[in-house]
Design a protein around this ligand. Structure first.
Ligand code: ACM
Length: 529
């Protein structure tokens, strides 16, 4: 195997050295100071588990050690790193902890696959001699988890973060609200801040109980639950420790039935709507001429902004099919303003490009006419997250017989290759217009992390390479070979993946779905990790 056959996403510059390899042995240490120490700690935890070595973290290194160093500057931006492996040891340098984190993921992939094991194994821990200089093509490399259709616990979200970060994915968009449920606690602001007396606690009290129900999922009904504000902070802190930014979404002005079911004042007749489990979309809306609409949106976005560490607030904007066009523009124009007044940059699905966007707004393109997105980006002031459904939607079936997944996106079903063979710079957009790439996982048919992983992997790996690696170093045949090698690592980690039949996998998936025609076996929902 070549040195680069285990590296995924592919680095910008890799130079295998015709020199003796580095062997990590039991007396090795990890050198780090200042901001490098926490990252060194993460590397040490991984290596200690599989090697059984002590690997103390020290200030000065000697031959045989691994060193992590924060340097003044490095070409390629804050997430760039350089990694040099010789017989003497492995030296990693970056200008930030994020760069070091990325470099650690690369170093990890240079070790034998047994490095991913949960217990010490008797392996020779050889790392090939190599020089790597690497930096991302795009700053934003994300996944979206729809926790509204079916809830994922804090622990489940953390597990998803653990898996995605090895591919240098660095953004997690949480779709927190939809017709079926409301998943984020909003405190009652007290009477002074609540002129219309909106019962905010009902958002999770009522809306948190909801979930989707579809006959093709196992089990049919999604999971209920919600995040307290403290839970959200906890997810964010964990994510930050792994170089992941959390982007919370409140979907407005459509996809709001759970809010309408919780808060009577949001309805023109002041009567709460019934909760709904249907997977249908585009049938609910906020009302443009109700003052409570704006009061509600301001309170929710203010509270969410106050607990969000990252720069972005996602305000949805998609599929408002029962909102009249003028009402849509009137509401979303105010919502983007309210969002901007929180000090965050607003993000919206591409329908929201129909309004005048504030400076710094981000358009997430998913579907439909591309021109308004391109025009706003060309005008300056807005960047684009590319999530074209036919190249990024991770909820879609792999083939017609997939036991879970949806199939509404034209051109499908979709495998790793449709999500690999595309260039985000298209239709008039160049790299400067593009903040990055995101793969959404909608959860109409997904009920646990194993099912989620099966839909995510390997397609999310395709997206990670699209987002990280320059077009000039990407090649589908080469990628397919590296995917094959990845199988063993995912299996060691206990991560479920789809065994794409055109890939030569180095190991079987932990939990393959069976062949076509047997998809209704109910055990799916109860198998534990
Ligand atoms: C979407 O898929 N409705 C953004």
């Amino acid at each position: 195997m070549n040195t680069t056959d285990t590296l995924i996403p592919r680095p910008s510059h890799v130079e295998p050295l015709d020199a003796p390899a580095f062997t990590l042995n039991s007396t090795a240490r990890i050198g780090a100071t200042g901001p490098a120490v926490p990252v060194a700690g993460q590397l040490a935890s991984l290596l200690r588990r599989s090697t059984g070595f002590a690997l103390p973290i020290v200030e000065d290194t000697r031959p045989g050690d691994i060193s992590l160093e924060v340097v003044e500057t490095l070409d390629g931006g804050p997430e760039a790193y350089v990694l040099s492996v010789t017989e003497e040891g492995a030296k990693l340098a970056a200008a930030t902890a994020a760069g070091l984190f990325n470099g650690v993921q690369t170093l990890r992939q240079l070790f034998p696959a047994a490095v991913e094991g949960a217990a010490p194994t008797d392996t020779t821990w050889v790392v090939p001699a190599v020089e790597i200089a690497d930096a991302p093509r795009f700053a934003y490399r994300g996944l979206m988890l729809d926790v509204a259709r079916s809830f994922f616990t804090v622990e489940e979200v953390k597990e998803q973060i653990d898996v995605m970060t090895q591919f240098k994915l660095n953004a997690l968009h949480l779709h927190l609200t939809d017709d079926q449920a409301w998943r984020i606690e909003i405190h009652d602001p007290g009477s002074a801040g609540n002129p219309s007396g909106l019962p905010y606690a009902k958002l999770t009290g009522v809306g948190g109980q909801g979930a989707v129900e579809v006959s093709t999922a196992v089990p049919p009904r999604g999971n209920s639950g919600f995040y307290t504000q403290q839970d959200f902070r906890d997810i964010q802190a964990y994510a930050a420790s792994k170089n992941v930014l959390v982007v919370p979404e409140i979907d407005l002005p459509g996809h709001v039935n759970a809010a309408l079911a919780a808060i009577p004042q949001l309805n023109p007749d002041s009567q709460v709507k019934p909760m709904s489990t249907t997977a249908e979309v585009g049938w609910s809306t906020l009302t443009a001429d109700l003052p409570a609409t704006y009061e509600f949106v301001r309170e929710v976005l203010n509270q969410l902004a106050a607990i969000t560490d990252g720069p972005y607030l996602h305000i949805g904007g998609d599929e408002a099919h029962v909102t009249g066009h003028d009402d849509y523009v009137a509401m979303v124009q105010q919502f983007v303003q309210i969002g901007a007044e929180t000090g965050k940059a607003v993000v919206g699905w591409n329908e929201f490009a129909a309004v005048d966007l504030p400076e710094g707004a981000v358009i997430q393109y998913w579907h439909g006419a591309f021109e308004p997105t391109v025009q706003q980006a060309e005008k300056g002031g807005s960047q684009v997250i590319m999530s074209p459904a036919a190249n990024t939607y991770l909820d879609q079936k792999y083939d017609p017989a997939s036991p879970i997944g949806l199939s509404w996106v034209e051109g499908g079903p979709f495998t790793w290759s449709e999500y690999y063979n595309w260039d985000p710079a298209q239709g008039g957009l160049n790299d400067q217009h593009i903040l990055g790439v995101e793969g959404p996982l909608w959860t109409e048919t997904v009920r646990n992390n194993q099912q989620a992983q099966w839909l995510l992997y390997p397609r999310a790996v395709s997206l990670a390479e699209v987002a990280w690696s320059g077009q000039e170093v990407r090649n589908a045949g080469d990628f397919r070979r590296r995917l094959g090698a990845l199988g063993e690592r995912l299996a060691q980690q206990g991560v479920v993946f789809q065994e794409a039949p055109d890939v030569e996998w180095s190991a079987a998936s932990m939990w393959p779905f069976p062949e076509a025609g047997t998809s209704s076996t109910p055990e799916y929902g109860t198998i534990e990790a």
